[in-house]
Structure formats: C-alpha cells, structure tokens
Design a protein around this ligand. Structure first.
Ligand SMILES: NC(=O)c1ccc[n+]([C@@H]2O[C@H](COP(=O)([O-])OP(=O)(O)OC[C@H]3O[C@@H](n4cnc5c(N)ncnc54)[C@H](O)[C@@H]3O)[C@@H](O)[C@H]2O)c1
Ligand SMILES: O=P(O)(O)OC[C@H](O)CO
Length: 367
C-alpha cells in the first residue's frame, strides 16, 4: 500500500471507456482531484478504435479531453488519461473499476492475470452475467475468481448521459463482508449530484442491475406495439416479481430490501422509460420482429452495446436447465421473442404461451 504522510493513498484505473465508462471516469476524476486519499490521475483503458477521421480514439480523447464517440460534448477532466494498453492502464492501481459490456470482461480479466498490484480491490459497474458449465456466474465473481481479488458492485438508476450533465441520481454499492472497502468505493463515487449507499447483498444488487435489462426489452416491445402506460406498468410489476423470485432462487441470501434501493425498482423504472434496451426493443416491435436486434443495435447505437438480449439468452439457459421456465413467463418470453420464436405481441399473451400465468398472479413459495 502506498502511503503519504502516514495515510494510505489510492490510485484508480477505469477499465472501459464506453458511454458509462466515460461518465464514471469523469465522476471519479472530479473526486480524485480534490480528495487527498486518492492520486489525482485516473487512467481509463480504451479499447482502441480508428475514428472515421483516421485518428485513434485514445489519442483523440487525450487531445480533446472528450470521448467524441461514446460521450460527445462532455469534458472528462484533465486528470483523466486514456490509455489503450491494458497493462499500462492498471499499472500501480489499487482501485480497479470494471465498466465494459459484460461479454468482453472475461477476455480482459484473462489478460490481467499476474499484472495487478498486490492488494488491489475491484468494483464492477457491469450489468450482465455469464453462464458456465457449472451454472450461472455473476460478473463480480468472474472478476474476483479470475484475478484473485475482492470485487464489489455499483448498480443503480444511472442512465449515463443524465449523470454526465450532473442531474441528480442515486446508486447502490453491493458488498460481501468488508464495509470499510465498500465505504471507500462510496467515497470515490459520491458527489452532490450522485448519492451512493452501500448494501451487504452483493448478489441481490448485481442481479437487480442484470435482470432489469430483460424487463426493459419487454417494456420497449410494449412501446413498439403502441400499448399504453397501464400495460407498461403491468410489465414492470411482473418483471420486478420475476427479478426477485429468480434472484432468491439462485441466492437465498438475497434481501427483499435491496429491491427498494436505487439498484432495484429505481433502475427498473429509468431503464424501462429511457434506456437503450427499451429503445431498440421498441424499434424491433415496430418492424414486426423482421429486423434482428443485432442489426438494429449496430444501426441505432453506433458502437454502444445492448446487454438485455444476451442476458435474456443467458437467463433462459438457466431456466431451461433447472426446469424453471414456467415460473418465469416474462423472462422466458422475452428471449423467445428476441430469437424470433415468438412474435413481439406475445409479450402480453402469457395465457396463450405460458399456461402457468396463474403463478405470476397468485402466491407461490417463491413470490
Ligand atoms: N450507458 C449507460 O447508461 C449505463 C449505465 C449503467 C450501467 N451501464 C453498464 O455499463 C457497462 C458498460 O456499458 P457502456 O455504456 O460504458 O458501454 P457502451 O455500450 O457505451 O460501449 C461499448 C464499449 O465496448 C467497447 N468494445 C467494443 N468491442 C470490444 C471488445 N472486443 N473488447 C473490449 N471492449 C470492446 C467499446 O470500445 C466501447 O467502449 C454495461 O454492462 C452497461 O449495462 C451502462
Ligand atoms: O441504456 P440501458 O438500457 O443499457 O440502461 C442503462 C442503465 O443500466 C440504466 O441504469
């Protein structure tokens, strides 16, 4: 541990520089610039790309102090340094913030094995999960197991573009045992416009952030079918119940209270109203399911990534493997619509496609 005048001093690296990665770097850098327990500089690892102008994205970020591709028009803070070399980006860092789309994190972690500063701590801002032969694996666990480090999570109602212009938001840090570490992360992220709380329920917090993206796809389908607010509210209610039930089946330790934190109902609401998953799903339904999510994602998001479609597939694998499909009609139906097995209108036709709708409305041991 590096010390200064007898006090521990922390060096932060951010692994990822998409829309949320850039905003998180900006937020963190505004704090490291003024808090004595952190080094000012924040290194942000950039997955290198060549811009249409022929320039490298990382060089452009450092010259303009702005990520012109993923967060145009917002200055990041001069203490944010873009670095396309992963090993150099994490050099000497003892606080690592992971914020890439979930499908890339395993490959990134494998490259980092043996390269980290001893005693480094991590936090994951990534919403998603992986399904392995042994079963489902949360991203924080994948990071922790691959790198042999502790990993907290930060989730919440956090549409990045709104936080970039400093509109008031909240977030929840999930931790396993070490509250002191969780509080250090909270200190790094908290600003007057970004209030962070901590909860000793890492699985609950992470599953909220992960599963709400599937519900957001359902909400977008409803919008694309020109259905009204009642329908969307019903989808959100059913979705929240399925999120809670699925989380508790996977991890009985998950707490009900977590669903009332920013990571729970608040994130569900904001994503179903204004997120990218919702937006692309709306376009999918308006096209009658004839254009694929991949095609719409590439056209509408220009390099940004959806997490809901792949998460729906990963959750579906768990549901089919464990025989839980009929308990989760919304989560199952979203996947079947995404792959073209069912039409978008099926999102409100549970009775036809999932005979166990009564389970959703009634009382089962899980709900
Ligand atoms: N954007 C938001 O509003 C928001 C808010 C909260 C959480 N999140 C979550 O944060 C995570 C990161 O999302 P984001 O919005 O920062 O990213 P993004 O979707 O805006 O951008 C995609 C990123 O992936 C990178 N990339 C592309 N190919 C890659 C590869 N092969 N290997 C590594 N990286 C590659 C791109 O360079 C880019 O940085 C996701 O899990 C997302 O759900 C996003
Ligand atoms: O734009 P989305 O759908 O990826 O959602 C963004 C955030 O997760 C909202 O908290």
């Amino acid at each position: 541990m590096e010390m200064e005048n007898g006090h521990a001093k922390y060096r932060v690296a951010v692994i990822g520089s998409g829309n949320w990665g850039s905003v998180a770097s900006r937020l963190i850098a505004s704090n490291t610039a003024k808090l004595p327990s952190f080094y000012d500089e924040v290194r942000m690892w950039v997955f290198e790309e060549i811009l249409p102008t022929g320039r490298k994205l990382s060089e452009s970020i450092n010259e303009q102090n702005e990520n012109c591709k993923y967060l145009p028009g917002i200055k990041l803070g001069t203490n944010v340094i873009a670095d396309p070399d992963l090993e150099s980006a994490v050099k000497d860092a003892n606080m690592l913030v992971f914020v890439t789309p979930h499908q890339f994190v395993e490959g990134i972690c494998k490259k980092l094995v043996g390269k980290l500063t001893p005693g480094a701590e991590a936090i994951s801002l990534i919403k998603g999960m992986e399904v392995k032969m042994e079963g489902p694996c949360m991203i924080s666990k994948l990071i922790a197991d691959t790198l042999g480090i502790n990993c907290c999570v930060l989730m919440g109602a956090n549409i990045a573009n709104e936080i970039a212009v400093e509109e008031f938001s909240e977030a929840t840090i999930g931790y396993r045992k070490d509250k002191e570490v969780a509080n250090r992360w909270a200190k790094l992220f908290t600003t007057p416009y970004f209030l962070v709380s901590v909860a000793e329920d890492i699985e609950g917090v992470e599953l909220c952030g992960t599963l709400k993206n599937i519900v957001a796809i359902a909400a977008g389908l409803v919008d694309g079918l020109d259905m009204g607010n009642n329908t969307k509210a019903a989808i959100m209610r059913i979705g929240l119940r399925e999120m809670r039930a699925f989380s508790k089946l996977l991890f009985p330790s998950v707490r009900d209270n977590t669903f009332f934190e920013s990571c729970g109902v608040a994130d569900l609401i904001t994503t179903c109203l204004g997120g990218r998953n919702r937006r692309v799903a709306e376009a999918f339904a308006r096209n009658g399911g004839k254009r694929s999510f991949d095609e719409l994602e590439a056209e509408m998001l220009r390099g940004q990534k959806l997490q809901g479609v792949s998460t729906a597939r990963e959750v579906y694998e768990v549901l089919t493997y464990r025989g839980w499909q009929e308990l989760f009609p919304l989560l199952s139906t979203v996947h079947e619509i995404c792959i073209g097995q069912l039409p978008p209108t099926s999102i409100v036709e549970y009775s036809e496609h999932t005979p166990n709708l009564s389970i959703i409305g009634g009382h089962t041991p899980f709900y």
